[in-house]
Design a protein around this ligand. Structure first.
Ligand code: FES
Length: 110
């Protein structure tokens, strides 16, 4: 597999490929994410496979940066719904949404 080009895309999507996430459909999820967000210069996000993210109970796990949003049970069949929520700016409505890190630059620190 070629290393992803993280220099152009606005977002990076970390998709856990640890053993628990793989057993829960992580490989299929990674492939679905790559199809959904695109590749090369037209990519809306770069999909980056990672080792265990220490959230195995929520497998398979995906994390979106720079948004800082974590998604549980981000299986292939949920990828379209999750990405639709991302593009609409309603991360909290995404299936499996777990957490978003507070933005210290935000008006209320969230
Ligand atoms: S294997 Fe994915 S969070 Fe642990």
């Amino acid at each position: 597999m070629l290393a992803p080009d993280v220099s152009r895309a606005r977002r990076r999507l970390l998709v856990c490929q640890g053993a628990v996430c793989q057993a829960a459909g992580g490989l299929e999820a990674r492939i679905a994410w790559q199809r959904r967000v695109g590749r090369g210069e037209a990519a809306r996000a770069v999909v980056v496979p990672t080792a265990c993210l220490a959230m195995c109970r929520a497998a398979p796990v995906a994390v979106l940066y720079p948004d800082g949003a974590w998604f549980a049970r981000a299986r292939a069949r949920r990828v379209g719904l999750i990405w639709a929520a991302v593009e609409s700016g309603r991360l909290g409505d995404a299936p499996g949404f777990l957490y978003r890190r507070p933005d210290p630059e935000g008006p209320d620190g969230r």
